[in-house]
Design a protein around this ligand. Structure first.
Ligand code: NAG
Ligand code: NAG
Ligand code: ZN
Length: 438
């Protein structure tokens, strides 16, 4: 997303370095490349084979295909569009016939946790979009797997316990541009804006660029790009429990915040411990080493106006991450496709390898929501003293019942009280009846 070798070059031509050598370096590098930043095509090591990778048109077809095969569990909304009128494809995945609630292990019914996943923000990062298609195929594929198999139970769990929203292609114009021009270094929208610097969270700080030729160009004002609306409207309509913005270029998992102001103030989300706990679980989900942490601590640079910071800071979504799914962040020479996307021959294998990250995320959020709810109900219904009080009360009742039961079977000298008292009660009642009669 924003940390890779290209990033280091951008740092230089952002003009951050004040020394004369840096200025000279910028001058010569820029001369060589004619202009700087986002926009210069490079000679690539390898290119996408569109019988393996999906191009824009194939992505649309594939989504339609998967959704039309699973009408009970999927809806597609094509109404949100880019500046040039291309659909961004919202997919909603849940078991619609079980009324969007589920009964947790605590037997309490509640709204299913809602998770929003965002793909395709950066044009040149094909891999996350492929991963999204793999995920959809994985979830729906399990429906026809053998009953009781892992595949089947994964699908059933996801569909019955979650309400998943996926924005499949946030920046279709950028992808179109990459395909048309063969410029695999293009990151922005049709106007060259980096959507991940265009959101209204410390917009315009030094962790973005005001230069329209820079790959981190923030745009003229926050939300200048119509592509933002799908994410802002979904999050104003629904209350999400988790949000993830998917990228590639390195293997890293970021917890908010990434912006320069938060870095200066050492600001963290209130529940950062929980968020870091989940980040750590996801980082360990695969056989690869993912680094994870608060974004401004993990990186030595800031990023202002990012989507996941906005979701955490403005929308207050309890879990908000940016996940870089693939790449080693290292890169020799000036080309791009290989920095963000695996070789054609490795694509399927790599997609399978990253899949457990989703499984860990889903499982954690389901369990977290159940815990939340348990806390909520017990704080509402419990008498003072909480559940312990109820258990003690129950214990006393059980012991008393046992004592009374035993008492009736014991020989008289072992009883806790004498039958005489009972007899006297009886005689008392007979006295009453006598009185009544007379
Ligand atoms: C979806 O919900 C219906 C109604 O509760 C249930 O019969 C069906 O088995 C569920 N499907 C899955 C895949 O869990
Ligand atoms: C889903 O992905 C997991 C992990 O890659 C794999 O083991 C499983 O077979 C997949 N399920 C389906 C139905 O494709
Ligand atoms: Zn990215």
């Amino acid at each position: 997303m924003y940390t890779h070798a290209m990033k280091d070059r951008t740092r230089i031509w952002d003009g951050d370095c004040s020394s004369i050598t840096s200025v000279l370096l910028v001058f010569f590098v820029c001369l060589e490349n004619i202009h700087c930043g986002n926009v210069k095509p490079q000679t690539e090591i390898y290119l996408p084979d569109y019988t393996i990778y999906h191009n824009l048109q194939q992505i649309g077809q594939r989504l339609n295909e998967i959704v039309s095969r699973n009408p009970t569990y999927m809806r597609i909304d094509k109404e949100f569009k880019s500046r040039q009128g291309r659909s961004q494809y919202i997919i909603r995945l849940t078991n619609f016939s079980d009324s969007r609630t589920f009964t947790g292990s605590n037997r309490l019914s509640h709204q299913k946790p809602k998770i929003l996943l965002s793909f395709g923000e950066h044009a040149r990062e094909f891999f996350p979009v492929e991963s999204m298609l793999y995920l959809l195929q994985n979830i729906t594929g399990g429906l026809t797997a053998a009953k009781g198999s892992l595949e089947e139970s994964f699908s059933r769990t996801v569909l019955s316990k979650l309400d998943l929203f996926i924005v499949a292609m946030v920046n279709p114009d950028g992808r179109h541009y990459v395909q048309e021009t063969g410029n695999y270094c293009w990151r922005g929208t049709s106007t060259g804006v980096d959507l991940n610097r265009n959101f209204d969270w410390h917009f315009g700080g030094k962790g973005s660029s005001g230069n329209s030729k820079d790959e981190e160009y923030r745009g003229v004002h926050a939300f200048s790009e119509p592509e933002c609306a799908v994410l802002t409207e979904l999050t104003s309509t629904y209350s999400f429990d988790a949000f993830v913005s998917f990228h590639s270029g390195i293997r890293q998992i970021y917890v908010p915040f990434a912006d320069s102001v938060s870095k200066k103030e050492k600001k963290r989300p209130v529940n950062h411990k929980k968020q870091l706990e989940l980040a750590k679980k996801m980082a360990k989900a695969t056989s690869y080493r993912y680094t994870h942490g608060i974004a401004y601590e993990l990186n030595d640079y800031e990023a202002d106006g990012t989507i996941f910071d906005y979701m955490a800071g403005v929308r207050q979504i309890p879990f908000s991450f940016a996940i870089e799914l693939w790449g080693d962040g290292d890169h020799n020479g000036a080309k791009c496709f290989d920095l963000f996307n695996p070789r054609n021959a490795d694509l399927q294998k790599t997609l399978k390898e990253v899949q457990p990250i989703y499984e860990v995320l889903f499982k954690y959020i389901i369990e977290w929501k159940e815990e939340q709810l348990k806390g909520y109900f017990s704080s509402m219904d419990e008498p003072p003293g909480g559940l312990t009080f109820l258990y003690v009360l129950l214990g006393v009742v059980v012991i008393a019942t046992v004592i009374v039961g035993i008492n009736h079977r014991l020989p008289p000298y072992l009883r806790f009280y004498h039958r005489r008292r009972v007899v006297s009660l009886r005689s008392l009642s007979s006295t009453f009846s006598v009185m009544k009669v007379t």
